[in-house]
Design a protein around this ligand. Structure first.
Ligand SMILES: Nc1ncnc2c1ncn2[C@@H]1O[C@H](COP(=O)(O)OP(=O)(O)OP(=O)(O)O)[C@@H](O)[C@H]1O
Length: 298
């Protein structure tokens, strides 16, 4: 596989704050990757560095094999949809889409038209008069219709309602199937995007703590539920990631189970349930147990 992004030992400091801390990872071509993490984890800073909008303190960044900073060869192939995108004072959505056609060599005007209808976006209303969700829809439309070989969506749907978010996921997947490209998506709505993601990067306090295929990650923990005595007998000396007890019942999250262990759990009358990506990430990035859980899940 070809790496579209290669990052090595990347660090970005703002005074005393280490926003990105010695990050090393690759993003493969034509995959949808999630860049996930808590508030202030370093997601936006990472995207700024990858799109040449900020300077690194140390380390290396390669996008399409080159340094992205002030590099038009790289940047003409990149679309960055930001959460807090600002537009010129008197701009209307129609102005944004007309300019997008100049900026993005692969701009798909017909697709943009369809998305404008899907999101019911008023084209000729001043952007400053639009609702928060309508402003987000502009960014989402630009990101999708740009057909840029590398597209970053940084928490793109502030204010978008559930229908509009589902429209975004559906159109992204449909279009990605026809026009494969590399997408990096940062979001807090992890469960909503979980089925979209092929690869997951989790950043916490500037450090990349997970770099894994989404499928592998999903199978990396299981919840075992049943009578407390049967659960305790099954888990034995296993490390427990999370535990809930209710009367004589217990529900315990443990790491990856082998097929034989799954069979044994079934024979012991226990129920097994996968742990959602969101639950997993919440547990990995919750402060007091963070370090030990990361080790156990990894
Ligand atoms: N220009 C700056 N000056 C000082 N500190 C900054 C600056 N930009 C970001 N930071 C700090 O760097 C850290 C990472 O911020 P960043 O915006 O990358 O986080 P994030 O993961 O995108 O968060 P969120 O999910 O809340 O948007 C935070 O502690 C933030 O306060």
């Amino acid at each position: 596989m070809n790496a579209v992004i290669e990052v090595s030992g990347l660090t970005k400091r703002f005074g005393d704050v280490v926003a990105v801390d010695d990050a090393t990872f690759r993003v493969e071509e034509n995959q949808i990757s999630g860049l996930l993490g808590r508030n202030g984890a370093g997601k936006t800073t990472m995207m700024q560095l990858l799109t040449g909008q900020d300077f690194r303190t140390s380390g290396e960044v390669r996008v399409f094999g080159e340094n992205p900073v002030e590099n038009s060869r790289v940047l003409s192939n990149v679309c960055f949809v930001k959460e807090s995108q600002r537009y010129p004072e008197d701009f209307r959505p129609t102005h944004v889409f007309r300019s997008a056609a100049w900026f993005f060599p692969h701009w798909d005007a017909a697709f943009a038209e369809r998305l404008i209808a899907d999101f019911r976006l008023p084209l000729n209303r001043r952007i400053k008069k639009l609702s928060r969700g309508q402003v987000s829809a502009i960014g989402v439309i630009v990101g999708l219709a740009s057909h840029a070989p590398l597209t970053f969506f940084d928490e793109p749907y502030l204010g978008l309602d559930a229908v509009a978010r589902q429209t975004f996921y559906d159109r992204l997947l449909e279009d990605y199937a026809e026009n494969p490209r590399t997408v990096v998506l940062s979001t807090h709505l992890i469960d909503e995007v979980s089925n979209l993601l092929e690869h997951v990067l989790v950043i916490d306090e500037g450090k990349i703590i997970v770099d894994s295929s989404a499928e592998e990650l999903r199978g990396s923990a299981t919840t075992v539920a049943g009578s407390r005595s049967a659960v305790d007998a099954f888990i034995g000396a296993r490390e427990v990631l999370h535990r809930d007890d209710l009367g004589g019942l217990a529900s315990v999250t443990v790491g990856r189970l082998s097929p034989a262990e799954r069979l044994a759990a079934g024979q012991a009358g226990l129920e097994l349930a996968p742990v959602s990506l969101q639950q997993l990430i919440v547990r990995m990035t919750t402060s007091d147990e963070t370090q030990s859980e990361r080790r156990r899940i990894a």
